[in-house]
Write a protein that binds this ligand. Sequence first.
Ligand code: UDX
Ligand code: UDX
Length: 436
Amino acid sequence: MRKISVVGMGYVGLVTAVSLSSIGHDVTCIEMDKEKLALLQKGISPIYEPGLEIMLQEAINNRRLRFTFEAKEGLEEAEIIYIAVGTPTLENGSVNLDYLEMVINEIAACITKNVIVVVKSTVPVGTNHMIKAKLDQALPLHIKAEVISNPEFLREGSAIYDTFHADRIVIGADNQQAADVMSEVNKPFGVPIFHTDILSAEMIKYASNAFLATKISFINEMANICEKVGADIESVSVGMGMDQRIGPHFLKAGIGYGGSCFPKDTKALSYIAADVDYDFHLLKAVIDVNNKQQRILLKKARERFQSLNGKKVALLGLAFKPNTDDMRESPSLVMAAELVNEGAEVVAFDPVAGEKASRIFPTVINVVETLEIAIKGADMAFILTDWEEFKGTELSVFVKQMKQPIIFDGRNCFKLTEVEKYPIEYHSIGRKALLI
Ligand code: UDX
Ligand code: UDX
């Protein structure tokens, strides 16, 4: 059992802290957002992540997890300090390391014994070496800080599952002893540990996310071609995925990727490449394809209606993916803005992100409580997130509730053979349109 501190109770930091505590470590968490801190101290999770809150409460009850605002209180006893603060991208694609630097200064000011600093946050290649240099320079001679790059591969909505069933844990270290400690810390997860140097570990994170984003943009371009030649992307995707070298995952055509990672990390990697005079054409194309794909349902609707001005539009699904309330870089943000711009009357619904959406969306957008209310009297419905709740909705509901049952499905939630049984005009991604 180790005394561990985790700084930054976001999607990654909180899951990391709760998971480390559940395998027996003694974890103290530091969070600067006092509202979030108050919830955590009451055992309430500030984020929607299936299975997290129950584990949070168990860990608190077992007295192996606590939360504080004070860096000194949170750091002085730590043997190992995980950093999971935000590393957002700036407009030009570079990564904002301000939060990270703040935490490094706090560590240098508060620790009283040797520590291992574990960087969970996604940071540009070379950042861990910068952190090590800063700590070496700031710490008194008798205190040593080793730095480890330990990137996360958690998917929101399945972060707990991913922690205990990961394909690998990546440990980037320049010091064997620190690497050995990290093997011991992570051993109870029962997940293969891949040891490498720090620079490669930092790059594995960016390369992995960029490759997954590439798969998504590839299948989305294939979908757009399939529509033109009359092929069915769902079949193409299955047929491709049966090849072990390709694999079935991340080949789901839709309206593109969102979230706090793929958009940020693809831009950051493109910037990192440019910084070393390498023009990463392929990645730039991936980003460009995704930006267009997020708007593809608008293109289809404009072709269908010419003008959307005055039309009543139901937006179904606001989170960037199912099983999360996270709306960061969600396609719904782009869609909502452009629809309002064109004078459409927008009514929005999401099973989980509704409350967050009503704080983010302009007041002109009516965020409602149920799918039925959202589509009532609508001229068209856009499905933006593949919630199970939507897939399980009887199609007759659309026929009954809508002014005219016209659906633009951005996540191919329904089988064409199913939709064909109803008088529904149905436009989806990479498949033929069903007209009444
Ligand atoms: C973060 C990084 O953004 C991402 O690049 C990395 O892959 C994982 O960690 P996420 O957990 O989504 O992802 O970040 P975010 O949701 O922004 O949470 C960061 C948390 O740190 C916030 O709760 C913020 O209040 C807190 N924070 C930030 C601190 O407690 N102290 C700080 O100095 C800065
Ligand atoms: C991703 C990576 O999967 C994870 O390893 C990394 O640590 C963080 O970023 P996340 O963004 O939480 O995780 O969700 P993910 O399930 O990867 O989906 C990302 C986006 O891609 C979503 O908008 C989703 O709708 C989209 N997506 C995913 C597709 O459009 N098609 C797919 O086949 C898979």
